[in-house]
Ligand binder design. Structure first.
Ligand code: NAD
Length: 364
């Protein structure tokens, strides 16, 4: 079995799906590894770092691939070059991609979108959403600290005492908790907010304060549900008052497969302090602030709003290391006696499969 990866082509993408460590582990499992030349270069893994791994052009790689590991969905032309029956897996962004999934199914490819893994204990080692969200949360706080006109920590100097910045992290999932932990390490005074009540303890265990706005909206599978119009209004009222004393907001609130909840209105932003900053990590799915411009920055009055995209690509070496391990662990599920044999009785295989043997399996 030949396991392959290409150099990622999405704008600004620097991660690679197979790292030198995972290439070694795949070989130890009796698999061949074939990579496009320069595949790991941007992540900090030049070809030489891969030791015995073979390299070729993209076309040669695809012609020989039994398995294609990807960070982001490949271009449509890639699917056309793969052999019938080849397996494609990684973050395939399945929501809203019906045409692409139908196209790869027509080519009789097998595809697994790892975003669809259930958030169970057994899936944790393959959970690409978690590993990459942790990187995103870390990066969001660093971007905020860099763009903030204030220091994050308290400083006591001969020129006087500087009070620590007040940082509010909205959404305390994997990314939010990492954003909180990073802001704490930088010495800010940090608060976390989420609609799932169990996050209170997680926020507090990081030494941050839980902001209670009196709205609780736990959904299924450990995720939040969308708020009703009344809940949303109550949340915004309470939050608007609180925002007046905050220096930095980091928005990470999300609902799977849906646009990000719009929590911060223009009027709420207008009530914030001059020099306040919003870093909207949720920009990827539209943003938590109605003013956010995904992929850009805007100033609204005296408040700056940043909507950075693809934050994990900003720490590509460690992001790739974690990601590639997730992929390796998932691939192990598909292997039986040295053959690729997806077992659809296994919930992890069943839930992630988009298409197999000419059958469309993703119901969107
Ligand atoms: P996510 O990216 O879907 O959402 C981020 C956060 O936004 C969530 O905490 C959510 O509750 C919150 N949110 C949604 N709407 C909101 C609103 N209107 N206002 C405020 N906050 C809002 O979440 P995620 O980081 O992918 O994590 C989802 C869940 O999965 C969490 O419970 C997490 O602990 C759990 N999880 C479990 C495992 C595991 O056991 N294997 C692994 C990873 C994550």
């Amino acid at each position: 079995i030949t396991v392959t990866a290409l150099r990622e082509t999405a704008a600004g993408e620097r991660r690679v799906a197979i790292t030198p460590e995972v290439a070694r582990k795949l070989r130890a499992r009796g698999l061949s590894v074939l990579l496009e030349r320069g595949a790991g270069e941007a992540a900090g893994f030049p070809d030489e770092a891969y030791a015995e791994t073979a390299f070729a052009t993209a076309a040669e790689v695809l012609a020989q691939a039994d398995v294609l590991a990807c960070v982001l969905p490949p271009e449509d032309a890639v699917y056309a070059q793969l052999r019938e029956g080849a397996v494609v897996f990684g973050q395939l962004r399945p929501y809203g991609a019906a045409a692409r999934i139908e196209a790869l199914n027509r080519r009789r490819l097998t595809a697994f979108a790892l975003e669809l893994l259930p958030r169970t204990t057994r899936a944790q080692a393959m959970d690409v959403l978690s590993s990459q969200a942790a990187v995103a949360g870390y990066r969001a706080t660093l971007i905020a600290a860099e763009a903030c006109p204030k220091f994050f920590p308290m400083l006591t100097t001969a020129a006087g005492t500087i009070r620590p910045s007040r940082v509010l992290v909205i959404g305390a999932g994997v990314a939010g908790l990492q954003a909180i932990a990073t802001a704490r390490r930088l010495g800010a005074q940090v608060e976390g907010y989420d609609v799932r009540p169990e996050t209170r303890e997680q926020v507090e265990s990081l030494g941050a304060k839980f902001l209670d706005l009196g709205v609780s909206a736990a959904g299924s599978g450990g995720y939040a549900r969308e708020l009703s119009a009344e809940e949303r209004a109550a949340q915004q009222q309470a939050l608007a008052d609180h925002l007046k004393v905050v220096d930095v907001v980091i928005g990470t609130a999300a609902v799977p497969g849906r646009p990000a909840p719009k929590i911060l209105s223009a009027a709420m932003v207008e009530g914030m302090r001059p020099g306040a900053l919003i870093v909207d990590l949720a920009a990827e799915s539209g943003g938590n602030c109605e003013l956010t411009r995904p992929g850009g920055g805007v100033s609204h009055g005296h408040v700056r709003i940043l909507g950075p995209l693809n934050l994990p690509a900003g720490a590509p070496l460690h992001a790739s290391e974690m990601y590639a391990r997730n992929l390796f662990n998932f691939l192990e599920l598909l292997l039986k006696d040295g053959h690729l044999q997806p077992d659809f009785a296994d919930e992890l295989v069943e839930r992630t499969c988009l298409a197999h043997a000419g059958e469309l399996r993703f119901k969107g």
